[in-house]
Write a protein that binds this ligand. Structure first.
Ligand SMILES: *[C@@H]1O[C@H](CO)[C@@H](O)[C@H](O)[C@H]1NC(C)=O
Ligand SMILES: *[C@@H]1O[C@H](CO)[C@@H](O)[C@H](O)[C@H]1NC(C)=O
Ligand SMILES: *[C@@H]1O[C@H](CO)[C@@H](O)[C@H](O)[C@H]1NC(C)=O
Ligand SMILES: *[C@@H]1O[C@H](CO)[C@@H](O)[C@H](O)[C@H]1NC(C)=O
Ligand SMILES: *[C@@H]1O[C@H](CO)[C@@H](O)[C@H](O)[C@H]1NC(C)=O
Ligand SMILES: *[C@@H]1O[C@H](CO)[C@@H](O)[C@H](O)[C@H]1NC(C)=O
Length: 625
């Protein structure tokens, strides 16, 4: 068995649920300080970060903080490419639910490290983020965050090398949020993942976490970037110390303080506009936050504006006070849009009064969640990985088929439309220095069309279960150390087109079912083995004999030999006697002749009586001795 090196398993016994209010328990929260040997509490909130010392992949190192919003953690874990391009944290025992998963990246504190690695991040098998160069200089790019549903008890976060440095991870947070959090209507749910593209608190110069704002824990401790202005003198920042109502409500539990600052347009520029760069051809969910905190507005109808997204009216006649029901009351609007270009522009255009207002903006990229690989096939590949002693550099970690951009090397996948899962239809592990044996469980990969394990050092028998993979068209086990005979079951591979078993140590008869059909339909190579027989081009096998038959034949041969020996001795003796009697006859012929005649007479006489005497006749010569 291979050590679980690389495949990072974390079994964390669960964090106690401390009930602060009787109405609702605390949400599940798990924070991991990567590369740490001890659990850590960070100021000022005494947040607990669990060590990941039980992990067996990657390497721990000291970290430099890439930005001052990163948690004050001193260590990280990085994943050298030599250990494989795919590395994952699989965090088990996470209760079913809706989660905010946040991953902070780090920089290894070592002058020899080419700083700022660029890599891809996937959560639950879906690629959610590719780091952009310069990320370590930009506060809200030193982490990525996604809202995901956990249905099968674990969170899998994987880091995929792209050839630009070793992925280095500072922390992973798994924070439960409301099941309906960020519900935006149709298409929301388990089939999509929301990646936070931007989260802005308007009119403030200080970034903050929900925690800093004393936000409800069910909000997921969001990070709010600061924005003091959308552009030179186009707006003014305003703020209030008043209480804000309706902020911390289900399902999103926004912190009240978020609504105490805002940006309003100036006299010179009534429109308020914000633009960010986005990835083209994706869908975005946009959440806009308002509270009427401007002392100049005292009643409904005094401030009305339209909201345009990329020039299209998304909301018409927004009157914050009217819609929220009061001054100092929160209003949240959300809209889903498809964006074709590379930018997303939000414009607030006053229709009554001169000044638009906005308190906060959230923009999520809507990412279709990938289907996973069928669990049985994943298990079969894990077995294969162990029994073949797969080298680390192949990095079989995480899901074999997804993210589609980073499948396991040597594994070909196909989406099984019926089951809605990925299945394996090809294994191409030729010339990979594999040394183990081929397990019977390979037959659990029932969708395989092609297997190429040529040019390795795989030993032992060809598993007979291979014959049950009836979709197999190509089977190349050549240039290995396979021994024993070719299993009869391979005759069941009725659509096989290529079979290479050459250069192994196979012996015995090629199964007739295989030989007969192959000769017509497929190309094959059985040469250079220990002793295969039974099809043209190989020697013929002779009759098929059981052990019993072989023993029988051995005895038969032995007795035949014995008979021949005895027979020869008798013949020789008789010949000697005849020669001797001829010599005697030469001396006393009458006597001998008489005797001879006598015998013959007796014989003739007796012939008419009892047969018994024939023995005497045949033994006649002995009478003479
Ligand atoms: C990390 O830093 C500590 C001192 O702060 C040092 O003792 C330790 O050896 C360093 N670890 C590594 C892996 O460099
Ligand atoms: C988002 O907007 C949709 C309608 O556009 C609405 O049905 C949904 O309740 C809103 N979500 C939240 C959490 O307010
Ligand atoms: C965006 O949403 C539309 C409709 O909901 C959907 O048809 C389309 O595939 C989505 N596009 C992307 C890139 O997810
Ligand atoms: C299997 O791989 C070997 C080595 O890469 C290659 O020569 C051979 O053609 C492949 N076999 C099949 C059936 O494609
Ligand atoms: C095949 O080789 C293995 C060692 O690799 C040996 O234990 C086994 O007996 C061999 N089987 C046959 C049928 O020769
Ligand atoms: C069969 O395999 C042997 C080596 O094992 C090779 O020399 C030979 O060319 C192959 N024959 C065909 C027809 O590919």
């Amino acid at each position: 068995m291979l050590k679980l090196n690389q495949y990072l398993l974390l079994f964390i016994c669960l964090i106690s649920f401390i009930s602060t209010s009787s109405s609702r328990p605390e949400p599940f929260a798990l924070r991991i300080s990567c590369g740490s040997r001890t659990n850590i509490q960070t100021p000022p909130t005494k947040t607990i970060w669990y060590k990941d010392f039980a992990y067996t992949g990657g390497r721990p190192a000291n970290a430099t903080r890439s930005s001052y919003i990163t948690p004050p953690l001193k260590t990280l874990r990085y994943f050298p490419l030599s250990d494989g391009p795919e590395n994952c944290y699989n965090i088990h025992r996470v209760p079913k639910g809706h989660y905010l998963v946040r991953i902070f990246f780090g920089l290894v504190k070592d002058p020899n490290f080419d700083n700022e690695p660029l890599f891809d991040v996937s959560i639950q098998g879906t690629l959610i983020y590719s780091l952009d160069s310069g990320w370590s200089q930009i506060e809200d790019q030193s982490f990525t965050e996604a809202l995901v549903f956990v249905t099968d008890g674990y969170v899998s976060a994987c880091f995929h090398s792209t050839g630009h440095g070793d992925p280095a991870i500072l922390s992973i947070e798994i924070l439960q949020i409301d099941d309906k959090a960020y519900y935006f209507g149709t298409n929301w749910g388990q089939g999509v993942i929301l990646r936070t593209a931007k989260r802005l608190s308007c009119g403030t110069g200080k970034p903050a976490f929900d925690e800093d704002y004393n936000g409800d824990h069910w909000g997921g401790d969001r990070f709010w970037s600061e924005i003091k202005t959308f552009g030179e003198s186009s707006d003014n920042a305003i703020s209030t110390e008043n209480k804000i109502s309706k902020a911390s409500v289900s399902p999103n539990f926004y912190p009240e303080k978020l609504y105490r600052t805002a940006l309003v347009s100036t006299d010179s520029e009534p429109d308020l506009g914000y633009t960010i760069d986005v990835y083209p051809n994706r869908n975005y969910s946009i959440w806009l936050h308002f509270a009427e905190i401007d002392s100049r507005i005292t009643g409904e109808g005094q401030r009305v504006f339209d909201i345009l997204i990329n020039g299209d009216i998304a909301f018409e006649d927004i009157d914050v006070m009217k819609m929220s029901g009061d001054r100092y009351a929160a209003l949240v609007l959300n809209k889903t849009v498809a964006v074709n270009g590379r930018s997303l522009a939000i414009t607030l255009h006053p229709t009554t009064g001169h000044y638009a207002i906005i308190n906060a903006i959230e923009i999520f990229e809507i990412i279709p969640a990938e289907s996973r690989t069928a669990a049985q096939e994943v298990r079969a590949l894990e077995t294969l990985k162990n029994s073949l002693g797969l080298p680390l550099r192949l990095g079989w970690n995480g899901d074999p088929c997804v993210p589609q951009q980073h499948p396991w090397s040597g594994v070909d996948c196909q989406l099984d439309k019926k089951g809605g899962t990925w299945v394996i239809d090809g294994l191409g592990l030729d010339n990979q220095g594999l040394r183990g044996f081929l397990p019977n469980d390979i037959s659990k990969l029932q969708h395989l069309q092609s297997i190429n394990l040529s040019g390795n050092s795989i030993h032992g028998a060809i598993p007979s279960s291979l014959g049950t993979i009836t979709s197999l068209e190509t089977l190349d086990l050549s240039f290995n150390l396979f021994n024993g005979s070719i299993p009869e079951s391979l005759g069941g591979l009725t659509i096989l087109r290529r079979l290479n078993l050459n250069s192994n140590f196979l012996s015995g008869r090629v199964p007739p079912a295989l030989g007969g059909r192959l000769l017509h339909r497929a190309s094959y190579n059985f040469t250079t083995n220990a002793g295969l027989c039974g099809i043209p081009g190989l020697r013929s096998c002779g009759p098929h004999l059981t052990t019993g038959a072989k023993i029988g034949i051995a005895f038969g041969v032995f007795f035949a030999f014995l008979l021949i020996v005895i027979g020869s001795i008798c013949w020789w003796k008789r010949r000697q006697n005849i020669l001797r009697s001829q010599r005697i006859a030469a001396r006393e012929a009458p006597y001998a002749k008489a005797r001879t005649h006598f015998v013959r007479d007796v014989q003739m006489a007796r012939h008419h009586g009892q047969d018994n005497t024939r023995t005497a006749t045949e033994n006649g010569p002995t009478l003479l001795s």
